[in-house]
Design a protein. Structure first.
Length: 118
C-alpha cells in the first residue's frame, strides 16, 4: 500500500513538473513571438522611412536634372537663334552688295550698248 501511495504521489509530482515546464516553454514561445513581431515592426518602419527618403532624393535629382536640361536647351536655342540672325544678316548684306553690283554692271552694260548703237 505504501508503494501505491508513493507511486501515485511520485506520478503527481512528475505531472506537475511537466505541466510547469510546458508552461515555461509556452511563455518562452509567446515572448519570442512578441519580440519577433516588435523587431519586424521596427524594421518595416525603418525600411519605409528609408524608401520615403530615397523617393524624395530621386524626385530632387530628377527635378534638378530637368531644370539643367531645360536651361541647356534654352541656351542652345538662343545660340541657334543668334547664329541664324547673324547668317541672315550676312546673307542679306551679301545679297544687297550683289544687287548693287548687278545694277551697276547692268547700268554700265546699258551705257556701253547705248554708246555702241550710236
Amino acid at each position: 500500500m505504501k508503494f501505491r501511495v508513493l507511486s501515485t504521489l511520485l506520478l503527481a509530482v512528475f505531472s506537475v513538473s511537466l505541466l510547469a515546464h510546458a508552461q515555461d516553454v509556452k511563455a518562452d514561445v509567446d515572448k519570442t513571438a512578441k519580440d519577433t513581431a516588435a523587431a519586424t515592426k521596427k524594421v518595416a518602419h525603418k525600411s519605409a522611412h528609408a524608401a520615403q527618403k530615397a523617393a524624395v532624393k530621386t524626385a530632387d535629382v530628377t527635378t534638378d536634372t530637368t531644370k539643367k536640361a531645360g536651361h541647356a536647351t534654352k541656351e542652345g536655342t538662343e545660340k541657334t537663334v543668334d547664329a541664324t540672325d547673324d547668317a541672315a544678316k550676312k546673307t542679306g548684306h551679301a545679297v544687297k552688295k550683289g544687287v548693287k553690283k548687278t545694277a551697276h554692271a547692268t547700268k554700265e552694260g546699258a551705257e556701253e550698248t547705248k554708246d555702241a548703237v550710236k
